[in-house]
Design a protein around this ligand. Sequence first.
Ligand code: FAD
Ligand code: FES
Length: 265
Amino acid sequence: MRAQQIFRAWSPVRARQQVAEDTYWLELEAAEIAAAAAPGQFVMVGFGMRGWGVPFLPRPNSVAAVLGERIGLLIRVFGGGSRRLAGLRPEDEVLLLGPLGTRFQLGGAKAVLCVAGGVGLAPFLLLPRWEPLKRSGAEVRLLYGERGAAAVFDPDKIRELTGLDPEIWTEDGSLGRQGRVTAGLDLKGVDLVLACGPPPMLKAVRALALEAGVPCQLAVEEHMACGVGTCIGCAIETVDPETGEAGYSLVCSDGPVFAAERLRW
Ligand SMILES: Cc1cc2nc3c(=O)[nH]c(=O)nc-3n(C[C@H](O)[C@H](O)[C@H](O)COP(=O)(O)OP(=O)(O)OC[C@H]3O[C@@H](n4cnc5c(N)ncnc54)[C@H](O)[C@@H]3O)c2cc1C
Ligand code: FES
């Protein structure tokens, strides 16, 4: 297998738009990363030594779209780093490293259910237009959960990016169906479940998929410093499904996408 190519370059911001409460859409010019990125993979976004401001370390963000020579990122503000990214203006530059990490594997699936919580939506904005998925002819359904309507990424923009009609769930019932997105999980006829979102959601999806015997892959998040497997800062407990042997894996380079049975949850 060919080694995955990783690119590092200053990348100009070409578009920025607020798309929901505390949530921003950024388009960055990054031709090489755009050509190589696959769903599930991420980029480390930073400022190098420019400014010495917050954050000192780059921050991981999923590649949410490939638009010609641009990549799209869906950024939700949590702390200083994401606030600085969200405040970027067209023509500002960021230092990108990527694409990094593992991608979702289709494995011949014909009915794929994607379950997104919050900005865990990002990889599923990219997946439906991904060439290997289009070639496979698989049918894709997208469930998307948020706290409430104010946090929901514009359903029309989701349709434009993915060609899919998302099934929206909000915890307070202010848009779409009321409840957690996992309440809508009907695995009948599904032969692959893919999920990305907060850990409680991933754990619930994992449990349901394992119980139903449906293959499931989860995109996991951890704090990251390097993004390339050298700092060992993103280790999580995993298990070898064949031998049952417990150990550790690095979310940045062994993941972020893991088969459900590999996670020791
Ligand atoms: C592979 C991967 C892909 C990601 N994709 C996206 C994306 O598409 N869009 C998006 O908005 N965010 C994404 N994230 C999360 C994003 O990296 C964090 O929100 C960001 O690093 C927070 O940095 P900060 O400086 O704003 O917050 P900090 O000040 O560093 O932290 C603010 C709060 O967020 C928590 N936090 C920080 N980083 C993480 C993390 N990686 N996982 C869990 N909790 C964290 C901290 O514990 C703290 O409570 C992704 C993370 C990973 C690992
Ligand atoms: S972030 Fe450094 S090893 Fe994963």
